[in-house]
Structure formats: C-alpha cells, structure tokens
Design a protein around this ligand. Structure first.
Ligand code: BTN
Length: 336
C-alpha cells in the first residue's frame, strides 16, 4: 500500500515537471531515502513507464512512451477507475466484451495498447501493434442504451472532435473510418446481439482503434494508413489520449438515449449529430463508387447522409440510398 502510494506520488511529481527532478528532491517530498526513491523508480520502469535517469540531474518521465494504466486513465478523465479493464495484451477488446457481456457491468471499457487479433469490418484484421496505438471497446446493455442506429456515427464524431482539439483535421469516411490527410487513422466496429423473440438488442459493443504514436506501417498499409504522430509530428501521452477519447465517446453516446420522457431532446440530438457528421464527411460532392457485402456497385456523386444516416449518391438514374457498404474515390469523373 505504502509502495503504491509513494509510486503514485513520484509519478505525480514527475508528471508536473517537464525537466529532470533530482533524487534528493523526491526523497525529501516522500520522506524516504534516495535509495528507496530509486527502488520506486525501478518498479515504475518495470510497469512500463519510460523514466530517464541522469547522474547529477535526477529523473524525468517520458509521457509519450508510458504504458496504459487504469489510474492514469481515471485521473485524466475523471471516470471511475472501476469502469476500466486494462490489458497489457489481448486478442480483441470487442471479442472480450462479447464473450463476457453477461457478467460485466454496463459501460465497462476494455482497453489495451496491444491486440493480437484486432478485427475490422467484413472479417478483416485491424493492425494493432504493441505500444503504438489505442484499442478499446465499450459495453452497452440494460434498459437504458443508446439507439444503435447512430452509435457508430456518434463515436466517429466523438473521436474526430478530440483529434481536432489536438490540432489535426479529421474527416469521416462513412460510416466508420476516420481519415487525416487522406489516410486512415481510426476504425470503428460496432457489434451486438439481437434477441429474436423480442426483437430487443441484448447488448452492443462499440470498438475503436486509433493509430497514435506509430511511425511506420507494414507494406500493405504504408500508403493508406497514418497515425496521430505521423500526421502531426508530435508524440502523444497514450493515457491522456485514451481518457479524452472515452470521455468524448461517453458524451456523444449519452445524447442518443431515448426514453418516452426524452423523445424531443433525443430527436434534436440525432438531427444535430447527422448535421455535424455530414460536415465532416470525406469526399462529399465528389464521385465515388460504393461496394461491399453482396451489393452491386453504385457510382455517383456523394451527397451526404439522410436523417437515418444512410448514404445518398446521385447517380445517372436518380438518387440512391445505401444502408451499408464502403466507398472509394472514383478517379474517373462521373458524368450524368
Ligand atoms: C475497421 O477498420 O473496419 C474497424 C476497426 C475496429 C478496430 C477496433 S480496435 C478495438 C476493437 N477491437 C477489435 O478487435 N476491433 C475494434
């Protein structure tokens, strides 16, 4: 217990100082010997905190390379630490929640910086290397759940808003990808289970993968993926990014809770979501080709989405709407 408290105190001091803090100063603050300070530092380094030590200068925390920690996430977000399940490594945060949805509380967040089996839409894999990105899933269940039809869109907007606050210029590629500088930086996968007898949704899992400090990607992604670091030139504190992303997703998804008492507010929030989402839509006004699943390809001008979030394309035979699929920019201009 004392060890834990003292480690947290050291972290707090190092966090508040961008420069080195001497071992002597830390020893005085904690009323322990310098040797004990060194032991705490060693324990923190073993937990994954990148703490540099320099003779005659002391210790300095390199925030950008710290590992994910429940207390840091809670501290940065103000969210109850009990909500977080932090894994050093996991197959897939979405799969974990799907397998454990019965026993876990609503709103549980499973989060990691390393997935060995990250999944994307259409059975694809989602590249999730250790210590470079952020991969988390939130469980929705019970009587008060956000409406599923807008969940992915709300999450995309929530992530985009945080990216914007970090100085990036994100666009949303309907329905679940976030692009910066024409490359994918974040993917979202919403899954759930429908109870057939009642038509009720038993639970929903909202999974978000963000490339944070990656400096390179495997060959097949090199031309199409980016990270916060690659697109800004700076490194990011993974716990701070995680906390801000989760708070933002909470805020946006809460607005989608629909009860008989909140019908009017819900409808206004949904309309607001659609408008903001459309303002960020990638390739709006350009010619795109929509494909995916078993659908036949549709080529047309991307108009945006309708009030339900379905994609609208103006084609040579009129406006077509699509509830699912993926579009690509059509290099050859479409002519009516
Ligand atoms: C996509 O690009 O098609 C969606 C990618 C979704 C990735 C996230 S990472 C956290 C969660 N766990 C997964 O296995 N997938 C989602």
């Amino acid at each position: 217990m004392v060890m834990k408290m003292n480690k947290e105190k050291i972290l707090a001091i190092l966090r508040d100082n961008s420069d080195y803090v001497s071992g002597q100063k830390l020893a005085e603050e904690l009323s322990v010997s310098r040797n004990t300070v060194w032991k705490y530092i060693k324990a923190l380094q073993d937990e994954g905190y990148e703490i540099k030590s320099q003779t005659n200068r002391g210790y300095r925390l390199d925030k950008a390379t710290g590992r994910l920690s429940r207390s840091e996430l809670a501290r940065n977000s103000g969210i109850d630490p009990e909500r977080f399940l932090v894994f050093k490594e996991i197959n897939s945060t979405n799969t974990y929640l799907k397998e454990h949805h019965e026993e876990l509380e609503a709103d549980t967040v499973v989060i990691t910086d390393y997935q060995t089996g990250g999944r994307g839409r259409y059975g694809r894999t989602f590249y999730s290397p250790a210590g470079e990105g952020l991969y988390f899933s939130i469980l929705f269940k019970g009587n008060v759940m956000p409406e599923s039809e807008y969940l992915t869109m709300a999450a995309a907007l929530a992530v985009s808003e945080v990216l914007k606050d970090y100085g990036l210029i994100p666009s949303i590629k309907w329905v679940n990808d976030i692009f910066v500088n024409d490359r994918k930086l974040c993917g979202i996968l919403t899954e759930g289970e429908l109870e057939l007898e009642s038509g009720r949704i038993k639970y929903l899992v909202l999974g978000i993968g963000i490339n944070v400090n990656n400096i390179a990607f495997p060959e097949e992604l090199a031309e199409i993926a980016t990270s916060m670091k690659l697109s800004s030139g700076s490194s990011f504190d993974i716990n701070e990014v995680g906390a801000r992303m989760i708070s933002s997703v909470d805020q946006y998804t809460r607005k989608l809770i629909r009860t008989p008492d909140s019908e009017e507010v819900y409808l206004a929030n949904a309309a607001d979501l659609i408008q903001k989402y459309n303002d960020r839509l990638l390739y709006k006004g350009e010619t795109v080709t929509l494909s995916g699943g078993n659908r036949e390809e549709i080529t047309g001008t991307l108009l945006g989405t309708d009030a339900k979030g379905h994609l609208l394309l103006e084609t040579s035979v009129g406006i077509k709407s699509a509830a699912y699929g993926e579009y690509q920019l059509n290099k050859q201009k479409f002519s009516k």
